[in-house]
Ligand binder design. Structure first.
Ligand code: 5AD
Length: 363
């Protein structure tokens, strides 16, 4: 009899930057549909039908950086700054665990002072301790997204129990990076951080903004090749959306529909090239289309990050204008989201960390 055909765990695709770029430039509806279909098939083959929920807790918008695109940049004096107390973060994390989310993302502005580092370390340790249960013996999975830190700090966070880290490179072009950031934030330092995270044993996520000023499809194609060459485990990318108080808002960009299309194409292309990584359908997609995240899932994403930041703060975590701040802990919202996911032939992963399959293939 014929042996059972096991799915081939292919190495990442060796498509050239030129081939990647032509996929990112598709405009014909039928061709885009065909590409998304391929990407969906690749998702099922390598990651299965499961969509993982990660509750994202944006615990502070206080930031020492001055990224020229971002609404919570240090020099935006109009941003109402906040910092959640440990108890509030724990309450949201417990809510996630009770709802069956396997993991949470703790995100904030970037700070490197000892007070901040101690706080984050303590919060991570407490979440791990308090969310252990029979069904989740190791507690919630914890992903940190608190920017560039020293290797030692990353080590402390890891020892406290964080096992994934998101640090977007924002662009793989050093030239664009320089135009988007003030001189003291450097591309090389960002790269060094990604190396530290990897060598400490984190599952490493990165990503870029799509459609930001001066970015070409050739730049974006290079970004996809960068993720492949850096052996990145998780990808979070979304369209650039101007923030009125950020300097880059003065620079013209493509129309929202073009940025949305390109962001969805980028997800599909990353899926086709990297194959077995986790890809998030990000909140910025939802800013450009009410069901943008669902479109992301239909283009090859397999992770969704409901915002579980307490309502009073959510409206101040304004990285860009019109960031959706609906109550995603509302049971009605949750039910509707889950039923849309099931309607796409997918299921919702419960009580599992939902690590990127790439992590296991990399070892
Ligand atoms: N538009 C889209 N994404 C943005 N981010 C920051 N500002 C913007 C913006 N104006 C993204 C960055 C950062 C992440 C937390 O938010 O990519 O890494």
């Amino acid at each position: 009899s014929t042996p059972i055909q096991m799915p081939d765990i292919n190495p990442p695709s060796a498509l050239s930057a030129g081939q990647i770029q032509s996929m990112l430039e598709l405009t014909d509806g039928d061709e885009i549909d065909a590409l998304s279909r391929e990407a969906r098939w690749m998702t099922l083959l390598h990651c299965g039908r499961t969509v993982y929920f990660r509750g994202i807790i944006e615990f502070s918008n206080i930031c020492d950086c001055d990224c020229r695109y971002c609404g919570i940049r240090r020099s935006n004096g109009d941003a109402a700054r906040y910092q959640l107390a440990k108890g509030e973060i724990l309450r949201q994390a417990r809510w996630c665990a009770d709802r069956g989310f396997g993991s949470v993302i703790l995100q904030s502005g970037e700070r490197r002072d000892a007070c901040f580092v101690d706080f984050v370390t303590d919060v991570v340790r407490s979440i791990k301790r308090e969310t252990r249960s029979a069904i989740l013996p190791d507690g919630l999975g914890i992903t940190l997204c608190v920017g560039e830190q020293s290797r030692e700090t990353y080590g402390r966070f890891f020892d406290a129990g964080a096992h994934r880290y998101l640090l977007r490179i924002e662009t793989s072009s050093p030239r664009l990076f320089r135009r988007w950031h003030p001189a003291r934030q450097t591309f090389d330092s960002r790269l060094r951080c990604l190396d530290h995270l990897r060598s400490l044993g984190y599952q490493v996520g990165s990503g870029v903004m799509i459609g930001a000023p001066w970015q070409t499809t050739a730049d974006l194609a290079a970004d996809v090749a960068f993720f492949r060459d850096m052996d990145i485990d998780m990808i979070g990318m979304g369209p650039y959306i101007p923030h009125h108080a950020a300097p880059l808002a003065a620079v013209g960009v493509d129309a929202p529909a073009v940025r949305l299309r390109r962001a969805l194409l980028a997800i599909a292309v990353v899926r086709l090239v990297l194959k077995d990584v986790n890809i998030a359908a990000t909140t910025a997609l939802q800013t450009l289309a009410p069901l943008g995240r669902e479109k992301g899932l239909a283009s090859g994403a397999n992770v969704i990050m409901p915002q579980v930041t307490p309502a009073s703060c959510r409206k101040n975590y304004t990285l860009y204008d019109d960031k959706p701040c609906g109550d995603e802990t509302d049971p009605g919202f949750q039910k509707a989201l889950e039923s849309r996911i099931r309607g796409m032939g997918r299921t919702v992963g419960r009580h599992q960390w939902g690590d990127s399959p790439h992590v296991f293939h990399r070892q």
